[in-house]
Design a protein. Structure first.
Ligand code: SF4
Ligand code: SF4
Length: 345
């Protein structure tokens, strides 16, 4: 594999788990999916579209500094796949999207978490001409648009998602400066946190990044290492470091049976609660993918129990996600609703 001068090492950290496949060979993500071309930085981008249920413009990046066994984006995060795009090309798409925005959120709602408060993406108001029972009833049907992943509003947020190379933050910084200068969009980075050293966080703050969606994959360092290829020591400090710098923050973790269960999630929740109990925390249900296809999905009872334990710590904004994974019947739905109410998902 190509040897590189890892910029994390220069800051006292260990390199990520950054191998990506390029035409059957292994390379390093920051070589295979990030380059300088004719004086401009370019990133390999797999797709750009309005995503559901987040209801914002997502930029799906190829190549990642972790190699998660459960990655749902492995076919472009672990393999170099996509088209080279410069910050100017990202800007063009952001400008076009800005003109299509149908729902303007204040900065503190520049999260995926808040999306479901305005629309559940059921499409009922368009297809059936009436709202569904789960509809929050706040988005007018004329603000609901069709995108490749279904119906919903277009919120004024642009997010970097998929593979994460925040260890080399300049591409994000250059894109953000242009987007903030030329549009009214908030800029969100969905991140595993591995590349977010203090220096990189400072740089992204100066560049104008508004928000982070931090995926804390495990509290136990050995579990994190097994899952992702890397330790989580610096990641566990990030909620505090991000809030200190004025970023909007939301956290997510996956419930993975026999690996990241109630105790792990409670430890992550404690960490969040110490920083600010209003930080939104989503617990997603794991479903088998990539190198964890023989793992089970969590039961509804385990998800409900985890939710109750986390709420009892005093966190105010907790939600369960990937509901379809553990709520399979009407009976399940009624059980969930009777145990937690409709605010929990
Ligand atoms: S606004 Fe329309 S698409 Fe959104 S949840 Fe309500 S009925 Fe469904
Ligand atoms: S950090 Fe995200 S994109 Fe990267 S390997 Fe892990 S799950 Fe996949």
């Amino acid at each position: 594999m190509t040897k590189v001068d890892c910029k994390l090492v220069a800051q006292g950290f260990k390199p990520g788990s950054c191998a990506v496949e390029v035409n059957g060979k292994r390379s390093v993500a920051c070589v295979a999916t990030l380059r300088k071309h004719e004086g401009s930085l370019q990133r390999l981008i797999s797709a750009v579209h309005l995503s559901r249920p987040e209801n914002y413009l997502s930029i799906y990046q190829s190549g990642c500094n972790l190699s998660c066994r459960k990655c749902h984006s492995w076919y472009f995060s672990q393999e170099a796949k996509g088209q080279w795009q410069s910050p100017e090309q990202i800007l063009e798409q952001a400008i076009a999207y800005d003109k299509q925005v149908t729902l303007h959120e204040p900065r503190e709602r520049a999260t995926a978490w808040h999306a479901s408060e305005s629309c559940r993406c059921c499409g009922s108001c368009i297809v059936n001409d009436k709202r569904s029972d789960s509809c929050p009833g706040v988005t007018p049907p004329e603000s609901v648009v069709l995108s490749p992943q279904g119906f919903g509003p277009a919120r004024n947020i642009v997010a970097f998602t998929g593979g994460d190379l925040t260890c080399l933050p300049e591409f994000y910084g250059e894109c953000t400066r242009l987007i903030k200068d030329r549009t009214k969009l908030w800029v969100l980075i969905e991140t595993n946190g591995y590349g977010l050293t203090s220096r990189n966080l400072d740089y992204l703050q100066e560049s104008g990044v508004d928000a982070f969606w931090l995926d804390i994959k495990a509290f136990d360092p050995r579990t994190h290492k097994w899952l992702t290829g890397c330790t989580n020591e610096s990641i566990l400090h990030l909620p505090e470091e991000m809030v200190k710098r004025g970023f909007v923050l939301e956290v997510l973790s996956l419930y993975i049976p026999n690996l990241v269960e109630g105790d792990e999630l409670v430890n992550i929740a404690r960490l969040i609660e110490k920083v600010d109990r209003t930080i939104p925390f989503t617990v997603l249900a794991f479903f088998p993918e990539y190198r964890m296809r023989d793992y089970q999905t969590p039961t509804i009872e385990k998800m409900v129990e985890a939710y109750k334990r986390i709420k009892s710590l005093g966190l105010e904004n907790v939600r369960l996600g990937n509901i379809g994974v553990f709520v399979r019947t009407e009976e399940d739905r009624q059980y969930l609703s009777s145990q937690l109410g409709d605010e929990a998902y």
